[in-house]
Write a protein that binds this ligand. Sequence first.
Ligand SMILES: [Zn+2]
Length: 347
Amino acid sequence: MAMITYAQARSAFLGAARLADATLNEYPNPERGPEGEALAIDVACLGDPNTAQKLVLISGVHGVEGYAGSMIPTDLIGRLLPSEGLEIVLIHAVNPHGMAWFRRVTEEGVDLNRNFVDFDQPLPANPAFDEQLAKWLTPSAAQKSTADAALMRWMKSDMPTMRAAVAGGQYRFPAAPFFGGFAPTWARANFETILAKHVGAARTVCIIAFHTGLGDGGIGQFIGSHTARAKEREIERFIWGEEYVESGEAGTISYIISGDLPDGVRRQLSGASVIAVAHEFGTLPEMSVLEALRIDHAAAVAKARDFACMKSIYDAFFVCDERWKTTVIKQAREGVERALTWFERQP
Ligand SMILES: [Zn+2]
């Protein structure tokens, strides 16, 4: 089946936002998409902008995950009626370059959800990545089968430790996956501008960022951040109950991530109570997703990202199946409804 393009997803979202009478703002990206199309972060707001309570829905932190991520707010926006005292802010394609080019990373080659570290401080270390994983994940052609066998051995003996080391974030190998960057990216800088303008003065902020690629196919989980304070964690568990997973919680798919988006939000809005989760939907088996990422990064280094490469990464993060899409939309609606219900009960 044909792939959706960024321009198509964007235009569907903007159309739905206009029908819903949302206020629209555009943050243009200086780069272009594969067909020369313009790129931007679009922000659609519903309700009173001067409220102390904000619900923020974010798609496309990991570019290519934005195809599922865009489908969700496009479905939701016409059904959302903010109650008095609440504004709903929908941020579409916060990493528009990655989305348009079917990559998880930004135009700088950075994993945006690892980029929100304080760059004035020493960067987080990831010894296992630095010593072994970097060469296993991006091996030369001659080393590929040795690297595959080593990854497989580690996966079989200790998947949680391997997952955390592979995907927790690394700050030394710009060509490898899960690279958090050497500086704030364009997407981070613009997200911070958006946050200051549209959310800045709020006292209570609830953020749901839509992600795909982790967990069982079609199953959604709400994953918290290790930066959540005890009270915020308690509220997150209260809102999303059984589907809520703490960052790094034993026996779950979750692992600790350095420099994640909630980390940045909590630093920027230091006076606010921040409820922040990734609503993460499973697609393919974990090793297939990782393999698609390895192929993508190898192709990017070789400047050989052809259609087959883009299609394989698109398929790893967006399942082209009506049942998958329907169940994802249903769970996303429920997750947002639970957040809205919680807001209604706040004084
Ligand atoms: Zn993601």
